[in-house]
Design a protein around this ligand. Sequence first.
Ligand SMILES: [Zn+2]
Ligand SMILES: [Zn+2]
Length: 251
Amino acid sequence: MRQIRSQQVKSKRMDSSSSSSPSVNIDEADDLLDINLIIHMKSLISLMKQTLCSECNRLWDGSPSIKTRNGLYMHVEFICSNCGCITHLYSSPQVRDGRRREINARLELGATLCGLGYHGIIKLLGALNLPPPTQKQKYSETQEFILNYVEKCQEQSMIAAVEETIAETGGARELTVSGDGAWLTRGHTSVHGVSALCSTTKRPKILDTIWSSKKCIKCQSAGGLRHVNPALFKTFQENHKCQLNYEGKFL
Ligand SMILES: [Zn+2]
Ligand SMILES: [Zn+2]
């Protein structure tokens, strides 16, 4: 029961290799196990009580202790009341950078796709009786982290959509497209706008997007440095990826 997930995968692999059926695919079995479950803590304890303790070999009976919690991730210790043996459960794997848990990165990605902000997530998790997300600072850092991956996926998706549209229109590379845009606030006061070009095929897909900003918060924040510490301001300017890319009006 130590590290439940890896043992499940291992046992599935053993089943697959010992089976005489050629239809069982190890990769497919791994894919089926690569999912997340929402489990009530009492159900986990009930499961533990049906297992034998690996140390004293008696039916397990004891109590869980939450050793670490980071957003939706938990490290839970199940302590055998008979012999004190501890069984560890790590509820989510680490992502490649080794600093974040996959479930928290997925939560942020899902929330962004659904248009949910930090406070929206707190409400959603509260309604599901799940623990709150990571602290705001960590949450922002994770958003920066997943942005690179989202941008790469977006690029690949749009390239595929263009090729799909070309194929559907018989190979013509001059495509008819439709466009639409939106801005954050009504009227001409908005400082952020987005627009997208879509194909006009049977199943229209987004082929290109652009966002425009009349304001850069980082530039505004660093403005005071210009006179106080010109050298530091110069360093900021050299390393800063400015968001200011539009000067006209949003109509
Ligand atoms: Zn025991
Ligand atoms: Zn800037």
